[in-house]
Design a protein around this ligand. Structure first.
Ligand code: IPM
Ligand code: MG
Length: 359
């Protein structure tokens, strides 16, 4: 059956890196006979420019019908002064909520070819391979009530609500345990159960769910300690499961440990296996349009897409092997060049496609 992909280039460097991923899709289709179609749609700031909303209804409809969605990045300074509900970030939150993409997988892998790019000592990070499973459609990002209003004394007051239901916790717990089963079977649930009732419930449900997974070693850690452990001894972790906001914060730390945020992909999945795939890095407006962005995080997101939503491990492995060979060959974009010679976005993309065509 032909798989259908919605392509959302977005803003900043998004269009440049997505351009390279389309070459990869074309190569898989034309050289390897993978049955694929795709359609490009405006989203984020580009959605606002095209249709005065970051998530235009036609874009949402396209995403709903697609087997998978590939996103570049959203956001840029020109949109920061828009009313909150029109900002690019709102489009992303709206898409996550509309498609119920509750399980966000964010790997932090140190590529051996880039071992010296980390800001930590090589022995602390060599071989690092962590998977963060972040709850993505609940918690304080979406809890009600929220807002800014006035107290009786006329002072302004801002508030958000950190809320999780049992079923929301249970489904992310299952996703995390399943992820751990496919890896080293060690799961660390990160919470703030020493202070927050919602974390108490979170912990209780992780313990309960764990009874169905006797082969997975479950541990618990408070988020403040987890942030410290991530920079002290990151290799102690296999899978980390946590809430929406804690996951937002810890996943940036974990990504930076690898010294190569331009290399890291992510997947956001719903219960049907449909997923949104995007690089972990942002829209990098400071380098947009210069043709120097690293396309590899996006290409590796395409690999994740084949594995998790398109049921095609072979294509996933081909892409990952092609990327690895290009790194072995010494090609580097500026962000991973460590002061040495660097190549353009396009040269890097073309090199991956050349390897891919031969695999
Ligand atoms: C991320 C981003 C988003 C988030 C923003 C852009 C809304 O930081 O995907 O980590 O906070 O979830
Ligand atoms: Mg973030």
């Amino acid at each position: 059956m032909t798989k259908k992909i919605a392509i959302l280039p977005g803003d900043g460097i998004g269009p440049e890196i997505i351009h390279e991923s389309l070459k990869v899709l074309s190569c898989l289709r034309d050289t390897h006979g993978v049955s694929l179609t795709w359609e490009v749609a405006p989203f984020g700031g580009a959605g606002y420019d095209a249709a005065k909303t970051p998530l235009p209804p036609d874009t949402l409809a396209l995403c709903e019908q697609a087997d998978a969605i590939l996103l570049g990045a959203v956001g840029g300074p020109q949109y920061d002064t828009l009313p909150r509900e029109l900002r690019p970030e709102r489009g992303l939150l709206g898409l996550r909520a509309s498609l119920d993409l509750f399980s966000n997988l964010r790997p932090a892998i140190l590529f051996p070819q880039l071992a010296s790019a980390s800001s930590l000592k090589p022995d602390l990070v060599s071989g690092l391979d962590i998977m963060i499973v972040r709850e993505l459609t609940g918690g304080i990002y979406f809890g009600q009530p929220r807002g800014i209003d006035q107290t009786d004394s006329g002072e302004r007051r801002g508030y958000n609500t950190l809320v999780y239901t049992e079923s929301e916790i249970q489904r992310i717990a299952i996703s995390a345990f399943e992820t751990a089963m496919r890896r080293q079977r060690r799961l660390c649930s990160v919470d703030k159960a020493n202070v927050l009732e919602v974390s108490e419930l979170w912990r209780e449900i992780f313990v309960d769910t764990g009874k169905q997974y006797p082969d997975v070693e479950l541990s618990h850690m408070y988020v403040d300690n987890a942030s410290m452990q991530l920079v002290r001894a990151p290799k102690q972790f296999d899978v980390i499961a946590t809430t929406n906001m804690f996951g937002d914060i810890l996943s940036d730390t974990a990504a930076m440990l690898t010294g190569s945020i331009g290399m890291l992909p992510s997947a956001s999945l719903n219960a049907t296996g449909q997923g949104l795939y995007e690089p972990i890095h942002g829209s990098a407006p400071d380098i947009a349009g210069q043709g120097i962005a690293n396309p590899l995080a996006t290409l590796l997101s395409v690999a994740m897409m084949f594995r998790h939503s398109l049921d095609d491990n072979e294509s996933a492995e081909r892409i990952e092997t092609a990327v690895s060979r290009v790194l072995d060959g010494g090609l580097r974009t500026a962000d991973i060049a460590e002061g040495g010679a660097s190549v353009s976005t396009q040269t890097m993309g073309d090199a991956v496609v050349r390897e891919l065509a031969q695999l």
